[in-house]
Design a protein around this ligand. Structure first.
Ligand SMILES: Nc1ncnc2c1ncn2[C@@H]1O[C@H](COP(=O)(O)OP(=O)(O)OP(=O)(O)O)[C@@H](O)[C@H]1O
Ligand SMILES: [Mg+2]
Length: 162
């Protein structure tokens, strides 16, 4: 089962709208992997998702820490959104040594920028998001690989500006 959804994000507000929309589909254990060049909008999308999920503080790009946890409340339970940016990761061993693999459990929501850097050790995602620069805006393609991923895509149909 693979389901696609493709659209144009004409400006940053559209990227933020997508992040907000995806926040409505969060559930424990959800994994979203973000693909795209430097500056494609992976962090911008994640930031709006984390804010829409209820985090009121700053969301920085985890460029040096590689991972940043955000506690949020989801249906009366505290869960973590783990935001990874693996761009600077040297090897798959580094990923394992840092204990990152254990973060991909049934509770945590994991959002990963540059998942390619941990190919072979990352578990499968529920949703792939491919972002690419297109003129002044961005093209985005979402690919669901599970029921959880499909639930994300189902919500996009009701987003007014996507
Ligand atoms: N739909 C859009 N149209 C135009 N600009 C956008 C759009 N979405 C995001 N941007 C802008 O593009 C830039 C994206 O930067 P961002 O840090 O999110 O990229 P990134 O994919 O995380 O890059 P990196 O791989 O370096 O982490 C920001 O300046 C943001 O304002
Ligand atoms: Mg980024």
């Amino acid at each position: 089962m693979i389901v696609h959804y493709k659209t144009t994000l004409t400006d940053e507000a559209a990227t933020q709208a997508l992040g907000k929309c995806l926040a409505l589909a969060l559930e424990p254990g959800l994994r979203i992997y973000l693909h795209g060049d430097l500056g494609a909008g992976k962090t911008a999308l994640t930031r709006s998702l984390i804010h829409a999920a209820g985090h009121t503080g700053h969301v920085k790009s985890p460029t040096y820490t590689l991972a940043e946890p955000y506690p949020i409340r989801l249906a009366q339970h505290e869960v973590f959104i783990m935001h990874f940016d693996l761009y600077r990761m040297g090897s798959a061993e580094e990923f394992l040594d840092a204990g990152f693999r254990e973060e991909f459990n049934e509770r945590n929501i994991c959002i990963v920028e540059w998942p390619e850097k941990a190919a072979g050790v990352l578990p499968a995602p529920d949703l792939h998001i491919f972002l690419s620069i297109a003129g002044e805006g961005r093209e985005v393609e979402l690919q669901a690989l599970s029921d959880k991923g499909n639930a994300c895509l189902a919500l996009l149909r009701f987003a007014p500006n996507l």
